[in-house]
Design a protein around this ligand. Structure first.
Ligand code: SF4
Length: 320
């Protein structure tokens, strides 16, 4: 993020609800600063990792996070999930379990954790995540070579330990696990690589596998999406619990307008700080009418806070 953007952006922890291809309407809770993560995935839509770490710490004061979330709940926000996700890896937060418990005491909306799954070898991470209703880890390569090529992990992380940690979590956890496999052409598309992922999945035993590919601007250039025919072949190879997440298909999900609550330019910027969005994403996610969204986008562009990037024929706006 540029200094200019930092200066012009007040820190907010809660964003959305955003229309999520995996979760319906997801109210995001972002507890990690941009962009602190144990990985630096080639396909990351947030750009390159600036602090690669495995150190758990209290990155955000959970009392402030909960106070902000309360303002959304008081306004009767509608969401399918409250999702720990955002600018970095949420399991790096050392009070994650306590935060989930407190959120669940405030609302009946289920809590999900969107994670790269890398830290699940750590017992305290498994204990924290076991308090959530749904955990969505990732596994893009089950051999060390492809893991390092796609995910560029913190030095010393072995994919064997990652799979062992997720398998152990499965044994302990009574909630649902939806495992995401992100397929990148030329990185993890060979039959042998898919076979290794399938063996790892047999150990992790997720309730569902979600196959994904490039749909938004990525950290590295030249990252190619896999065509739908090959994705279908891979889905069939991975088994019957595997679904393909169709890029850009939000169905009829639209965020409801809150009575008496006007969306602001800051809401648009908050959303774009967490992921690049098209005009349609912004309208659906924030309940904005098109003209209003265009007005905010133009104003943010004029101030140099966001830029337009075209991917797969769709124009996305991303924060700078
Ligand atoms: S995609 Fe997720 S796990 Fe990978 S670098 Fe980005 S934030 Fe980290």
């Amino acid at each position: 993020m540029s200094d200019k953007n930092k200066k012009n952006t007040e820190k907010r922890y809660v964003f959305g609800p955003v229309p999520s291809r995996r979760l319906g309407l997801s109210l995001g809770v972002d507890i990690i600063p941009f962009k602190v993560c144990p990985l630096d995935c080639v396909y990351c839509q947030l750009g390159r990792t600036t602090e690669k770490t495995i150190e758990r710490s209290q990155y955000a004061p959970i009392e402030d996070v909960l106070a902000e979330l309360k303002t959304y709940l008081d306004r009767k926000v509608q969401a399918d999930y409250i999702t720990l996700s955002g600018s970095g890896e949420p399991t790096l937060h050392s009070r994650l379990g306590e935060l989930i418990e407190k959120i669940k005491s405030m609302t009946d909306i289920p809590v999900a954790v969107l994670t790269n799954g890398v830290l699940f070898y750590d017992e305290s991470v498994r204990a924290d995540c076991s308090k959530a209703d749904l955990v969505l880890p990732s596994l893009d390569g089950a051999g060390q070579e492809e893991f390092e090529k796609i995910n560029r992990p913190y030095a010393g992380i072995s994919i064997e330990n990652v799979v062992a940690g997720l398998s152990e979590f499965r044994r302990q956890y009574k909630g649902r696990i939806w495992l995401e496999v992100f397929i990148v052409e030329g990185f993890n598309t060979e039959a042998g690589q898919i076979a290794k992922i399938k063996s790892a999945i047999a150990k992790i035993k997720p309730d569902k596998i979600q196959l994904n590919s490039v749909a938004r601007p990525t950290a590295d250039n030249n990252i190619k999406k896999v065509d739908s025919k090959r994705l279908l072949e891979i889905a069939n190879q991975l088994g019957q619990d595997c679904e393909i997440i169709t890029p850009g298909n939000w169905g009829n999900k639209t965020s409801p307008m809150y009575i008496g609550i006007k969306r602001t330019r800051q809401d648009v910027l908050d959303m774009l700080r967490r992921r690049p969005c098209s005009l349609e994403d912004l309208c659906r996610g924030l309940g904005l009418v098109r003209n209003e969204a265009v007005k905010y986008i133009e104003s943010l562009q004029n101030e140099g806070l966001i830029q337009a990037v075209e991917t797969e024929g769709i124009v996305y706006f991303k924060s700078l």
